[in-house]
Design a protein around this ligand. Structure first.
Ligand code: KG4
Ligand code: ZN
Length: 334
């Protein structure tokens, strides 16, 4: 079945067409440049920009796939978890189209979308597996028992991993979004130059806390002249601390559940050092690790369409009374 996916939970307006596991088009209009001048996403600006872009990305998704609206069998949309004004734009567009085209509608939890990105990229990924979702808004460890069956094992207690990257990059004045800037800068730095804390790395809990690490960096370098700060070494040491925590907790979660595979998804899964350490560590202990293809790592609508296909296959759909909800537990989508 051909499914139209829509995603507007944060600062990307995205539409995609997915048919039986094949991505026919994946259009993302990013607002990053606009928010960069504020050093972070401004919710009111984001929703206005979604309104401007949504029609365009949907048209583009059809054109580049060589399909027309009458070809689609269903619409999936991120309806849970994100900025309320932003989510509402995608949900309203999805409801209008579902009504006009008389096709089923399915609301998806944004994190469930991320969980489907590695599944879409690697259809043979083992089930069950453990999924680490790391992005600007979330750091979550999820036991994926089967498609659409989840148990949250760990969650962020304060700043998400990507948020910590963004805040430190802002403090160091090296750009927004901070993740890619720190990733690039770190390649010239020594990860052992500064001994940064690894918050909760040895705790039994699989939750995450990165705000102390952020405060530690700020306290180390506050008031120092910019040219007296060894930026690449700080970036590399900070990144190493985050990577160590993420990898060790994900591996522990996998061992606790006795699974043979880990998937890593969300914007931070683009991080080169994170990928290296995961591959090295998992290789040593015989765990498989899966990352989404590059265009599915950050927010996109193909992952939402893939999650929608799985939900529809289970006979689940939403009504036209579907609402946008900014926070909701992963398990409670319907
Ligand atoms: O998944 P995503 O596009 O949006 C959310 O759902 O939040 O993730 C965006 C986050 C940002 O915090 C960005 O700094 C981070 O992903 N990010 C990275 C890298 N690329 C993007 N973090 C570390 N290294 C990267 N290469
Ligand atoms: Zn996301």
């Amino acid at each position: 079945m051909l499914i139209l996916g829509l995603e507007t939970s944060c600062d990307e307006t995205a539409a995609a067409l997915v048919e039986d596991g094949a991505v026919l088009s994946n259009i993302v209009s990013s607002q990053i440049d606009l928010h960069a001048m504020y050093g972070g996403v401004v919710p009111e600006v984001a929703s206005r920009k979604h309104v401007e872009a949504i029609g365009y990305v949907i048209r583009e998704a059809f054109e580049s796939a060589g399909k027309t609206p009458s070809d689609i069998g269903a619409i999936a949309v991120s309806a849970r978890y994100g900025l309320i004004g932003s989510l509402m734009v995608g949900v309203s567009a999805a409801k209008s189209l579902a009504y006009a085209l008389d096709v089923p509608l399915v609301g998806i939890h944004h994190i469930e979308g991320h969980i489907f990105a590695p599944i879409l990229s690697h259809p043979a990924i083992p089930l069950p597996h453990v999924c680490l979702t790391v992005s600007g808004g979330h750091t979550m460890l999820v036991y994926v028992k089967d498609l659409c069956q989840y148990q949250v094992m760990g969650n962020t207690l304060d700043d998400a991993a990507g948020e910590a990257f963004d805040k430190i990059a802002k403090f160091l004045n090296i750009g927004f979004p901070g993740g890619p800037a720190i990733d690039r800068l770190s390649r010239r730095g020594d990860p052992a130059a500064f001994n940064m804390p690894r918050p909760m790395i040895n705790s039994r809990s699989l939750d995450f806390s990165f705000s102390g690490l952020k405060t530690c960096v700020v306290n180390m370098f506050r008031g120092k002249q910019q040219d007296a700060i060894p930026l690449p070494d700080i970036a590399a040491s900070f990144q190493e601390a985050i990577v160590d925590v993420l990898v060790s907790k994900a591996v522990r979660a996998a061992e606790r559940k006795g699974v043979t595979a880990i998937s890593v998804t969300g914007g931070v899964s683009s991080n080169q050092r994170l990928r290296e350490v995961f591959e090295q560590t998992c290789g040593q202990i015989g765990l498989e690790v899966f990352f989404p293809s590059p265009d599915l790592r950050t927010d996109n609508a193909a992952m939402v369409a893939a999650a929608g296909a799985a939900r529809l296959e289970r006979g689940e759909a939403s009504g036209l009374d579907l609402n946008a909800v900014p926070t909701a537990p992963l398990e409670s989508i319907r």
